[in-house]
Design a protein around this ligand. Sequence first.
Ligand code: ADP
Ligand code: MG
Length: 233
Amino acid sequence: MFEVTGLKVNYGAIQAVRGVDFNVQDGEIVTLIGSNGAGKSTIVKTISGLLRPSAGNIVYDNRGLTHLSASRIVGAGIAQVPEGRHVFAGLSTMENLKMGAYLVPRNEQQDVLDNVFDQFPVLKERRNQDAATLSGGEQQMLAMGRALMARPKLLLLDEPSMGLAPIYIQKIFDMIKTINSQGTTVLLIEQNALQALQIANRGYVIASGNVKLSGTGQDLLADPAVQKAYLGG
Ligand SMILES: Nc1ncnc2c1ncn2[C@@H]1O[C@H](COP(=O)(O)OP(=O)(O)O)[C@@H](O)[C@H]1O
Ligand SMILES: [Mg+2]
């Protein structure tokens, strides 16, 4: 199990995350939904070791991650797909994917790459192409593929559908479901609350750096306050 308790994160005087508790059980898809500025990316970056909390704990399989380096957190089985994708321009699709596998033993990397190409055939077609020339949807798949190259047990996805054409949005949500059904636990951060709650086992509504509501995906979809604030109802 993955568990965050009492998490507080500041940027100087700005309290971006103000005491957040949530957990993700093995095998689940859990979503954090909330408006722009709610604190979602700050939570993800803190889990990944890119930001340090001012208080709270992050524990995975009984191991404290709170003060580990980003690289050790990847080594503990947690990989992130950052908001905005951040593929490496000037490097090919293949080179981008290999960057994700830096902790995987060299003699196992080909197997991992084959699995990612099975999952995302378009990345195989584009393997020699500069990542900067891929479409937005393809870059998102590359960012997901790169994270999967680390063979994570828990995958953090920060706004994977953001800025994508509608046909890609559906594809990305379908791929998240597939990745999960193949055994990877998923923490999905989204502003696209409808689709996120539809594929999630459970969700947490984040507002102003706090958890405002939590429940199963179905319960949150049916909640009038959620419908009014996040589902355009
Ligand atoms: N690097 C930063 N420096 C100062 N404030 C920041 C920084 N990044 C985010 N914030 C602030 O922290 C709050 C939460 O931001 P963020 O975690 O990016 O929200 P979300 O991902 O939910 O849109 C916002 O008020 C935002 O303006
Ligand atoms: Mg964000």
